[in-house]
Design a protein around this ligand. Structure first.
Ligand SMILES: C[S@@+](CC[C@H](N)C(=O)[O-])C[C@H]1O[C@@H](n2cnc3c(N)ncnc32)[C@H](O)[C@@H]1O
Length: 439
């Protein structure tokens, strides 16, 4: 059953267009405020009543032609291709402000969103083998052509275009690809019980510099490297090199004390480890954290991954300690420190709460905290509270857990000073935020 035309008036916290029809608030994917729409039958899901979009009768002022042609054909990789970038940015700022002030009690200064390039930014791609064809994993199973996905880097578009011309070997389950700013492509294959026959085609992927294969074995998955080139391989794992530009200037420091001009840093990233997926925005995120973090004493880089913040901020501190649960990422961070000539950083493997509780305190500590979506778990919060670093720079990809942790940190004696949102995921409703707290 179709509705009569009705009007979308706002966006909800999940990024869906919302309006009132038949006396109810209804959420509709792929709509924008001001759109006059016809929708299908109502369905209750989670806290909202939803309806599918049937037709946009009259577009609202924020509706634009999606940059990716695939969006119109149903690709669900990005949620907001139909929404103008200024409207996306305004929603992110407003939503973050609402969550932080409402749930977190934030009264500090909220800065403007740091904007991103909106195309060619995503350096990670997952494909799966469907009857010998490489298909795009996120939600869309149609015949998506790589040129239709404008958010991927050019290197990944080329790699994907090549794979679509190939018949994938039976043993390939999924192929994960990652690119760097040199256009190099690292590949990781999840193999199945059919084995690795025919895997040589991976070497023909444009930009290929190496691959790892996770094989199912009786004792659990084992990783085997293929290829070599500039792809770094050791300890049974494969690492792609990424680099970022780090601004050497740091606001209030004495003139000349920190050197001048930007620096290039190299990171090795394991296939199964976290690395910033927005190639062009990683440096912008670093700039914000660098401005906020201060200097001198010991920097704790908590949830450090491959040492992204630790290595880029080491010049500001007397000592840096990174803590991370993924042993491959920690190995990568140690190797990257050698590569980048950073001598005063050490990296510890293990659960954050447990490792932090064991680490001998230093007199003067500040911490960068960049946890996964769930935020700080109780043991981590307890260990942090116990040692009480004078400043925290909390990098969060989920405002709800950030607001919850802000309340807890405020109760433990920190005061939130400022927050800067950084757009790491254009065309999605995800918001990254850098919150600075002091005690
Ligand atoms: C959002 S990523 C941030 C990584 C890094 N700061 C960066 O920018 O590349 C979160 C990291 O936390 C790590 N992690 C997750 N749970 C953890 C835990 N309990 N203890 C330590 N590290 C953990 C993940 O492996 C991941 O590398």
């Amino acid at each position: 059953m179709r509705t009569h035309p009705w009007t979308i008036t706002t966006l909800n916290e999940a990024g869906f267009g919302v309006g009132q029809t038949g006396g109810r608030f209804v959420a509709v994917a792929r709509t924008a405020p001001g759109d006059v729409v016809v929708t299908g039958p109502l369905a209750s899901r989670e806290r909202w009543t939803h309806a599918a979009l049937v037709q946009v009768v009259k577009p609202g002022p924020d509706r634009v032609t999606p940059p990716c042609p695939a969006f119109e054909r149903g690709c669900g990789g990005c949620q907001w291709q139909h929404l103008s970038y200024p409207a996306q940015a305004a929603w992110k700022e407003k939503t973050l402000a609402g969550v932080l002030r409402g749930r977190g009690g934030f009264t500090g200064k909220l800065n403007a969103l740091v904007l991103s390039a909106t195309e060619g930014y995503r350096n990670k791609l997952s494909l799966k083998n469907e009857n010998g064809r490489a298909v795009f994993v996120p939600e869309f199973e149609g015949t998506l052509s790589p040129a239709e996905c404008r958010v991927q880097t050019a290197a990944l578009q080329k790699a994907w275009a090549f794979l679509r011309t190939q018949r994938l070997p039976r043993g390939v389950d999924q192929i994960h690809l990652r690119s760097n700013e040199l256009g190099q492509v690292g590949v990781h294959v999840f193999a199945n019980r059919h084995g690795t026959a025919g895997f040589e085609i991976l070497r023909l992927i444009p930009g290929f510099v190496g691959a790892g294969v996770t094989l199912p074995t009786k004792t659990g998955p084992a990783v085997h490297p293929i290829g070599g080139g500039t792809y770094q391989v050791w300890g049974g794992d494969a690492y792609l090199r990424q680099s970022v530009t780090v601004a050497a200037e740091n606001g209030p420091s004495p003139a000349g004390a920190l050197g001048s001009g930007p620096r290039q840093l190299s990171y090795l990233v394991p296939h199964n480890g976290f690395y910033q997926t927005n190639e062009t925005q990683a440096s912008a995120l670093l700039d914000v954290v660098r401005r906020e973090v201060g200097q001198k004493g010991r920097l704790l880089d908590l949830y450090c991954g491959s040492g992204f913040f630790a290595l880029a901020l080491a010049d500001l501190f007397d000592e840096v300690v990174g803590i991370e649960v993924n042993a491959h990422s920690v190995e990568a961070a140690r190797q990257s420190a050698l590569l980048s000539g950073v001598k005063k950083a050490q990296f510890l493997v293990g659960d954050l709460g447990a490792v932090l509780a064991q680490l001998a305190p230093a007199k003067d500590e500040v911490a960068v905290i960049d946890p996964p979506r769930e935020g700080l778990l109780p043991q981590a919060l307890a260990a942090l509270t116990e040692r009480a670093p004078r400043r925290l720079v909390y990098v969060s990809c989920y405002p709800v857990s950030l607001a919850r942790d802000l309340k807890r940190l405020a109760a433990a004696g920190w005061k939130a000073r400022s927050c800067t949102p950084v757009d790491m995921f254009p065309h999605t409703s995800h918001v990254e935020a850098v919150l600075t707290l002091e005690r």
